[in-house]
Design a protein around this ligand. Structure first.
Ligand code: GRF
Length: 212
């Protein structure tokens, strides 16, 4: 059984989607811990109610990023994960942290990377006049919201869209592609190669289009 640790900062809807799919589809894996940098993150309660170990490592009580990342890594390592999943985890990670989990650290970002990394993605996509938007699952590298792409979802930008309406449309897709990518990983169908490319063992689509 593969051990998954999920890092969140807020409501944790992607965490929920992954946990639900893991149980419903009988993955050879389980979510062994959910860790937040915010003690008030809504997703912690949801996970605790389901018997998942939870912890919060408050970034505000650590002197700097390195100290926070070291405390976070100690908590993560206590759960001996095969895979660490960033699911709305709103912290920039140090290169040392990223290197520690190289090849077993996934993130989802609500844009079609490499466009619109960082914050306010939907506002920026609308401002730019993008006709499509989407979400990207990628292996994490030291550069924020970069890294080898595993899977992407595309949605249309519709007339009258606001950042909120576009975010909601993208989120529906996030809940489809993130569990799919995590399942591939825990079933050994997905691997980050030493040359920085992604190896997909399955001949499955690596993108999806969600028309509405
Ligand atoms: C998602 O849109 C994710 O892509 C972004 O932050 C949001 C987190 O949502 N990084 P949730 O906490 O998974 O509900």
């Amino acid at each position: 059984m593969k051990r998954i640790v999920i890092l969140i900062s807020g409501r944790g809807s992607n965490m929920e989607a992954i946990h639900r799919a893991c149980a419903a589809e009988g993955w050879p894996a389980s979510v062994v811990a959910v860790i937040s940098n915010r003690p008030t993150a809504g997703g912690l309660g949801w996970a605790a109610e389901r018997g998942i170990a939870t912890a919060s490592i408050d970034h505000r009580v650590h002197a700097d990023r390195a100290a926070f990342d070291a405390a976070l890594a100690a908590e993560i390592d206590a759960h001996q994960p095969d895979l660490v999943v960033l699911a709305g985890f709103m912290r920039i990670l140090t290169p040392a942290f990223v290197a520690r989990y190289a090849g077993r650290l996934l993130n989802i970002h609500p844009s079609l990377l490499p466009s619109f990394g960082g914050l306010h993605t939907h506002e920026r996509a609308l401002q730019t006049g993008c006709k499509v938007a989407g979400a990207t699952v990628h292996f994490v590298t030291a550069e924020l919201d970069h890294g080898p792409i595993v899977l992407q979802a595309v949605v249309p930008v519709l007339p009258g869209d606001t950042a909120e309406s576009l975010a909601a449309r993208v989120l529906v897709c996030e809940h489809q592609i993130y569990p799919r990518a995590v399942r591939w990983f825990v079933e050994d169908q997905l691997q980050l190669c030493s040359d920085g490319t992604v190896r997909h063992a399955l001949n499955a689509p690596q993108w999806l289009f969600h028309p509405s």
